[in-house]
Unconditional design. Structure first.
Length: 102
């Protein structure tokens, strides 16, 4: 019983450095190889829209959207600002864009 208590009170990480036994930390090269999920994909998925729906609703060329999501291109500063507006108030922006059509 005492041994079980001691085992429970020990930290999960091995040793004072916090490293787990048998786990090698990521190197800078490893981190560089990892792909981040582009913010545009996160916004689009949060709105539950397909790429085609998102591109049409917010008037972004579909090929451009795909390039952003697949990491072939990065949105420039203006596009990043536009994506922030979409993320903050997507329905209002979609309504404004629709009202310009009529």
């Amino acid at each position: 019983m005492r041994e079980a208590r001691r085992a429970r009170s020990r930290p999960a990480a091995g040793g004072p450095s916090g490293a787990l036994p048998g786990v090698t930390p990521l190197t800078a090269a490893d981190l560089e190889r990892l792909q981040r999920v582009p913010a545009v994909r996160t916004v689009r998925r949060a709105l539950r829209l397909t790429q085609s729906e998102f591109a049409a609703r917010y008037r972004i060329p579909l090929a451009t959207l795909r390039d952003w999501e697949e990491g072939r291109a990065q949105p420039d500063a203006a596009a990043q600002a536009y994506l922030q507006v979409i993320a903050r108030d997507p329905e209002r922006l979609a309504g404004l864009l629709r009202s310009r059509d009529g």
